[in-house]
Design a protein around this ligand. Structure first.
Ligand code: BG6
Length: 478
């Protein structure tokens, strides 16, 4: 008997700006993601304020999911997906965010995507905002630093809830909302583009603006949750965080305390607000010590309390260590690096591979929040090679996913209420941090390369058939 419950949701995840392409088609406006050039592991992508002639912008074509969604969803169905996590591009619905009426062509595109999923009994799990917003809102308001974005977002979310009512049961408000607690999240997650920023990895950071922007997102998320429940009482709306799992490097109490603080600010601040509906008590001292003063309006506490999420979702790729010793060797990572863990191996991009950390994380989160959990991103970004016979033997990816699913099973045995799993980039797509195609996560290979070439043909990797068996057996055959 499988330890995963009957009806456990198995599938995969993508985001609009990383797969759709068609960046200026059918009325779509430019998003913050559309202003990012290509980059690499060693060369940061750039953020440009206007589109530069002759510069490569990976989101502009991406893998052209916009014109391939039928073929792609058919392949997901062949693997047996029961859920598909994707995001809606705000700029397809409201090109600048400020229009009074939605763009019908944008709504129609997602009608088609959703209907295609439902045709195969795949539940759509929709992220309303995944690392993009209308660039017009960055230009006009410096993104989420302005409270104006709250109403604009809520207007957008309401349109989605109303239009897709009855067809979409699972929604997430903001992807990895806690990215706003770290400098890279300034532009990526909050659309804040301060004077002097040209490189994505080296943004001019104004922490006060960032945390103010985050407060606006909390309010917007809570209002959207409330509106969503009113519009469609049958839908469930979740939060989504990047889990930056941190271990103390040693048992030195200073390392322990520093780790606890890191976990509080990077993970629990956002989780506590979205699940419990209020700022945790540790926030006050952190804001005071960092000279951060957040402007809150009367009524904000009530809004937060009335907009608690129904389930908790997160991405998990890796873990790192925290130490008070500044000379410890560092490691790369998802949004933020940390101290290298001598017990772990890392991916080619320096992300430390730690399946047991997923069991640990699920236990920590469920113990804290006691609401259903979903792992909505997990996976190995790797260089894939097409063999002469045309196959792609991605055993390293199978090994990574297998080890993580095993640990999810352990967490379920530990008592965690886990309801779904959507590994990241189920089809190869553009990397969010580096803008590369070379960093591939998919079960499906896409013929597209970092110089923009490729015929976009889709090809199954070895992991495709492997994952199909995993789903068929509800996680028993790994
Ligand atoms: C998460 C994001 O942080 O990690 C995704 O939600 C992203 O958008 C994924 O693609 C993997 O990161 P990267 O940088 O390898 O694409």
């Amino acid at each position: 008997m499988s330890v995963f419950k009957e009806g456990f949701l198995w599938g995969g995840a993508v985001a609009a700006n990383q797969c759709e392409g068609a960046w200026n088609v059918d009325g779509k406006g430019a998003s913050t993601a559309d202003m990012c050039t290509g980059g690499s592991h060693t060369q940061s992508k750039r953020i440009t304020r206007t589109i530069e002639e002759g510069t490569f912008y990976p989101s502009h074509e991406a893998i052209d999911f916009y014109h391939h969604y039928r073929e792609d969803i058919a392949l997901f169905a062949e693997m047996g997906f029961t859920v598909f996590r994707f995001s809606i591009a705000w700029t397809r619905i409201f090109p600048t965010g400020m229009e009074a009426e939605p763009n019908e062509a944008g709504l129609a595109f997602y009608d088609d995507v959703i209907n295609e999923c439902l045709k195969y009994h795949i539940e759509p799990l929709i992220t309303i905002s995944h690392y993009e917003m209308p660039f017009a809102l960055t230009e006009k308001y410096n993104g989420w630093s302005s409270r104006e974005c709250v109403d604009l977002f809520v207007k957008y979310a309401k349109v989605l809830f109303k239009h897709y009512k009855g067809r979409v049961k699972y929604w997430l408000t903001f992807n990895e909302i806690n990215a706003g607690t770290i400098p890279t999240g300034g532009f990526l997650s909050l659309g804040i583009l301060n004077e002097g920023t040209t490189e994505f990895m080296k943004q001019t950071d104004i922490p006060n603006l960032r945390f103010q922007g985050l407060h606006h997102q909390f309010i917007a998320s809570a209002l959207a949750v409330k509106a969503g429940h009113e519009i469609d009482p049958d839908c469930a709306i979740g939060c989504m965080l990047v889990n930056i799992t941190s271990y103390p490097y040693t048992c030195n109490p200073d390392d322990i305390l520093k780790t606890q603080k890191t976990m509080q600010i990077q993970n629990y601040l956002c989780g506590d607000i979205q699940v419990r509906g209020e700022y945790p008590t540790f926030a006050k001292r952190f804001f005071e010590e960092k000279n951060i003063s957040i402007q809150m309006e009367e009524g904000d506490s009530k809004i937060l309390k009335e907009g608690c999420v129904d389930f908790y979702t997160f991405s998990y790729y890796m873990s790192n260590c925290v130490s008070v010793d500044p000379n410890k060797e560092k490691t790369g990572g998802n949004l933020t690096g940390g101290i290298k863990n001598p017990y772990l191996k890392a991916s080619d991009w320096g992300w430390q591979i730690d399946p047991k950390g997923l069991r640990y994380t699920l236990n920590e989160l469920y113990g804290r929040y006691q609401i259903p959990m979903m792992v909505v991103e997990n996976g190995l970004g790797a260089h894939d090679k097409i063999e002469e016979d045309g196959t792609i033997r991605d055993d390293y990816r199978i090994e990574y996913l297998k080890a993580h699913i095993e640990q999810m099973a352990e967490a379920v045995k530990d008592g965690v209420d886990l309801i779904g799993y959507t590994p990241w980039g189920c089809i190869d797509l553009v990397s969010a941090s580096t803008g590369e195609m070379a960093k591939r996560y998919g079960f499906i290979y896409v013929d597209k390369y970092d110089d923009g070439t490729g015929d976009l043909a889709r090809r199954k990797k070895k992991s495709f058939d492997w994952y199909k068996k995993v789903i068929e057996s509800n996680g028993e055959v790994l």
